[in-house]
Design a protein around this ligand. Structure first.
Ligand SMILES: [Mg+2]
Length: 391
């Protein structure tokens, strides 16, 4: 029998706004919007529940928010402050489980499987965590509890604001059945649109489609849709330290001093590591080149990026720059390697909020490439520069 899992998805309510309110309680209950100057371009990073009553929501242009609620209080936001609060919140999580997977500054999965003997009933633990956050950090959290990440995530969304929802074992599919398909994490607006065109509006309707049909129509997505519709999700809770870095290196068949050839191998390795990075759902901020010369001298050169990345192009360009800065041409190289570290959880939604252009398109491009590779193999798509370095 498979081990029964107990997963919590914990998510702060209106996090940025809640932090502002904790620091200035006079803001409580008022329509507060975090996210830049309403008279300039910019988007809403977070809106208080009072502001949401006016139809304001995150990712909306601040100018539009201002029109909807002219007397709202607009705050520029302070990422450093939010990061500090986040740290305090995560230190609470870590008291309850060694398996904490951060999803963003204010959101994490906790695996409490098998912790009942130690901590007591799960529902009590969840309430204690909520209380601890409220008492020590001063903000509200909502918690979803279920047998997997998918269910826990949807449950926490349901529980908002300031609530808890536990979906008992065996109730997953029943819980999902009436939900609109776009409520299911991983079904984006485009996929939802395609499904709706076929008359599939709810999880129940999705669950009625046979696997073969889904695979024919949606390719590699088909199987995942099939499982999601049933509330099935096998993805483990992966603590940050288990994915501290991702790297690839290769010893050349013959030592080489040809920069073009070496760069083509590095391009291939960059693509490989980037694809692995995207599978973890994390972004990397630090890129490292490794060269070992034929005399076994080894050099590593690292570059910290201004913003975390997951795309092949940025990773390869950084590696190429590091290579050009360190390769001597004098000694032949016997091993090359690429390593990505300083991994941080992906929070594109929040990352967006402080800039006007979105990294989303780029992310989508690479996720599209990954899907094609899933189906046809890694080598079905390669950067031009990698072809010579294909191993
Ligand atoms: Mg949140």
């Amino acid at each position: 029998m498979a081990l029964r899992r107990t997963i919590l998805h914990i998510d702060m309510d209106a996090f940025f706004v809640s932090v502002e309110e904790a620091l200035d309680p006079s803001l409580k209950g008022k329509p507060v919007v975090v996210g830049g100057n309403p008279n300039k371009r910019g988007v809403v990073a977070a809106a208080s529940y009072a502001a949401r009553k006016y139809g304001i929501h995150s990712a909306m242009p601040t100018a539009q928010a201002k029109r909807l609620c002219p007397h709202a209080i607009f705050l520029r936001g302070n990422h450093k402050r939010y990061a500090e609060f986040s740290k305090r919140i995560f230190s609470i999580f870590e008291k309850w489980s060694p398996r904490v997977e951060p999803m963003s500054l204010d959101e994490a999965y906790l695996d409490l499987s098998g912790c009942e003997r130690l901590h007591g009933p799960t529902l009590d633990v969840a309430e204690k965590i909520r209380k601890a956050i409220k008492e020590t950090v001063g903000i509200n959290a909502s918690i979803g509890i279920g047998s997997n990440k998918l269910i826990a995530k949807i449950a926490s969304e349901y529980a908002k604001p300031n609530g808890m929802l536990w979906i008992a074992d065996g109730m997953e599919q029943k819980f999902l059945a009436p939900l609109a398909i776009e409520k299911i994490p991983g079904i984006g607006p485009k996929m939802a649109e395609r499904l709706k065109q076929k008359g599939v509006k709810t999880a129940k309707q999705l669950a009625e489609l046979p696997l073969e049909f889904l695979e024919t129509v949606y390719g590699n997505h088909g199987e995942s849709l099939y499982h999601k519709a049933r509330g099935v999700c096998g993805s483990p809770v992966t603590p940050r330290e288990e994915t501290l870095s991702i790297g690839r290196e290769t010893t050349l068949e013959t030592d080489s001093a040809d920069p073009k050839f070496l760069l083509s191998i590095l391009s291939f390795l960059a693509e490989k590591t980037a694809a692995e990075l995207r599978q973890t759902g994390l972004y990397s901020r630090c890129i490292t080149l490794k060269l070992r010369y034929s005399d076994f001298q080894t050099v590593t050169r690292s570059q910290t990026l201004p913003a975390p990345t997951l795309d092949d192009d940025t990773i390869y360009k950084t590696i190429a720059r590091l290579f050009e800065g360190s390769f001597t041409h004098k000694t032949r190289v016997r091993l090359v390697g690429v390593r990505l570290s300083a991994l941080t959880p992906s929070y594109p939604q929040q990352a967006d909020l402080f800039s006007t252009h979105s990294p989303e398109n780029r992310d989508n491009l690479y996720r599209g490439i990954d899907r094609i590779r899933d189906k046809y193999g890694f080598r079905s798509i390669l950067r031009g520069a990698s072809v010579a370095g294909e191993l």
